[in-house]
Design a protein around this ligand. Structure first.
Ligand code: HXC
Length: 257
């Protein structure tokens, strides 16, 4: 598969997707979106791939949606195209994926990182929703996902001032799961991805769905969804294997069935 704006490689069961528009600090245009949709779909469809990492460069994860592409577009065009609605195809990825963020993650870049199941930040990461400075507001989920992650006051602070948040503040605010030195970012992300990739694959998908249900439903239905997922997993070979392996004090061997 060849892509214009991203680089994709596999390391065993882990797919690494790297945003690659260095001249524009990985600004997200429609080609990046098109490439990511194909790459994530291929990742989901490959039974040998179990976890993905999305990353950018050391300077920028992504500096936002491509301002130059949006500059001339008015309401009718944006509404007619439902500009960027297709990002839901990226969030529709069933298998787990990690955003490994270094440098700028601004606007759509921050929003893309927040679409990941887990976010790891390098110590030079800078997050922000600076859309207000352009006369707009977030359009790829920032006002919703940032608010769910960090709460109302800090989300308002970020969206209304357009300021950047450093990695330490991001970790403290629960925007990312951990901060690591820049030089260790990909090793740490790979370690985490390999750990996830070694888990029973159906259970990995079910765990992801169950946590995501917490953002989509009320508690009653979220708990019901979780319980039914648990019940359903009890019909899998991997559940039988996992519990037998525990009792027999040996590692489990997964078939994904
Ligand atoms: C298009 C961008 C860009 C962007 C940077 N570039 N960000 N091009 N869209 N979002 C380009 C610059 O124009 C420049 O190209 C090159 O990348 C390098 O950027 P510099 O500004 O020269 O780098 P630097 O001085 O290091 O400053 C880095 C920066 C700054 C602080 C990240 O680039 C910046 O503020 N970028 C915009 C951030 C932003 O507002 N993002 C939100 C976008 S709106 P040239 O050709 O001049 O060398 C958004 C809405 C989402 O994301 C919702 C959509 C529906």
């Amino acid at each position: 598969m060849s892509y214009e704006t991203i680089l994709v490689e596999t390391q065993g069961p882990v797919t690494v997707i790297r945003l690659n528009r260095p001249q524009a600090l990985n600004a997200l245009n429609t080609q990046v979106l098109a490439d990511l949709i194909v790459a994530f779909r291929a990742f989901d469809a490959d039974p040998d791939q179990r976890c993905a990492i999305l990353t950018g460069s050391e300077k920028a994860f992504a500096a936002g949606a491509d301002i130059k592409q949006m500059q001339e577009k008015g309401y009718a065009e944006m509404f007619g195209e439902d500009f960027f609605a297709d990002w839901s195809k990226v969030t529709g990825t069933r298998k787990p994926w990690i955003a490994a963020v270094a440098g700028f993650a601004l606007g759509g870049g921050c929003e893309l990182a927040m679409m990941a199941d887990i976010m790891i930040a390098a110590d030079n990461a800078r997050f922000g929703q600076p859309e207000i400075k352009l006369g707009v507001c977030p359009g790829m989920g920032g006002s919703q996902r940032l608010t769910r992650a960090v709460g109302k006051s800090k989300a308002m602070d970020m969206c209304l001032t357009g300021r950047m948040m450093d990695a330490t503040e991001a970790e403290r605010a629960n925007l990312c799961s951990k901060v690591v030195p820049l030089a260790d970012l990909m090793d740490e992300a790979m370690k985490m991805a390999q750990a996830i990739a070694a888990m029973p694959p159906l259970a990995a998908i079910a765990n992801k769905e169950a946590v995501n249900a917490a953002f989509e439903t009320g508690l009653h239905h979220g708990l019901l969804f979780e319980r039914r997922s648990f019940n359903g997993l009890c019909a899998t070979d991997d559940k039988a294997e996992g519990m037998a392996a525990f009792v027999e004090k040996r590692p489990g061997v997964w078939t994904g069935k």
